[in-house]
Design a protein. Structure first.
Length: 232
């Protein structure tokens, strides 16, 4: 069977972005848009709860536990993780933690942000199971994803496309098609590692791009700056 997966979604539980929707809302949106499998990957926090998984099951959506953690200030997604993943601080820590049950993804690795892995993806290629194609691009400007594609070819890593959703409207715009025998967490992870995944990406429209930054990313940045100023 071919399923649609989005393995990089943030939620209102995210301690850094404090988004205006719940995990339940994200699951509802995924179900409504035909996404069969999602991962909630909040920044630096393992946000999985049994009630989320049970609710997703009722909606016929598979919920994979995960996190978008930071290692030496660089973003790394760890799926099928547990609370112990929050203790990881170095790439060697991650090497010691990872196992066959985990899926380690390099998110937006070449975007012009300080949290992008860039050359550290090459230097720590043994850790990563997949490279992400980001949904944040335009039809006339996509060079950062092209670098990710080049890295994936050179390192022989599968590509996946994720929404990196920070708003409900992003969920269901892009996905990865994954071939599995049945819809279980381990089957999804194993299939991605074997390259049984096909990216289904589309560029943002100019309105979506405007909405993403002007109505989302910029206000979040200003809020974080203000919170830092008033607490230090």
């Amino acid at each position: 069977m071919i399923i649609r997966a989005d393995l990089h979604i943030h939620s209102g539980d995210d301690p850094y972005d404090k988004l205006p929707y719940t995990v339940f809302n994200a699951i509802d949106q995924a179900a409504a848009r035909g996404i069969n499998c999602i991962a909630i990957t909040d920044h630096m926090q393992f946000s999985w709860k049994r009630e989320y998984s049970d609710y997703a099951k009722k909606k016929q959506v598979l919920l994979i536990p995960g996190i978008e953690t930071q290692i030496i200030n660089k973003d790394v997604i760890v799926l099928n993780s547990d609370k112990n993943v929050e203790r990881i601080k170095t790439f060697d820590d991650l090497r010691a933690y990872r196992s066959e049950k985990h899926l380690i993804i390099a998110p937006h690795p070449f975007y012009p942000i300080k949290y992008a892995l860039k050359k550290l993806l090459y230097e720590n290629a043994d850790i990563f199971d997949a490279v992400e194609i980001s949904s944040c691009y335009l039809n006339w400007f996509n060079k950062f994803n092209l670098k990710a594609r080049k890295a994936a070819r050179k390192l022989a890593k599968p590509l996946i496309c994720n929404s990196d959703s920070h708003a409900l409207w992003q969920i269901g715009n892009v996905w990865t098609e994954i071939e599995v025998n049945s819809l279980t967490i381990q089957n999804v992870i194993t299939a991605v590692k074997k390259g049984k995944a096909k990216t289904c990406c589309r560029p943002m429209t100019h309105f979506e791009f405007f909405k993403f930054f002007v109505c989302g990313a910029f206000p979040r940045s200003f809020r974080k700056m203000y919170e830092h100023l008033v607490t230090h």
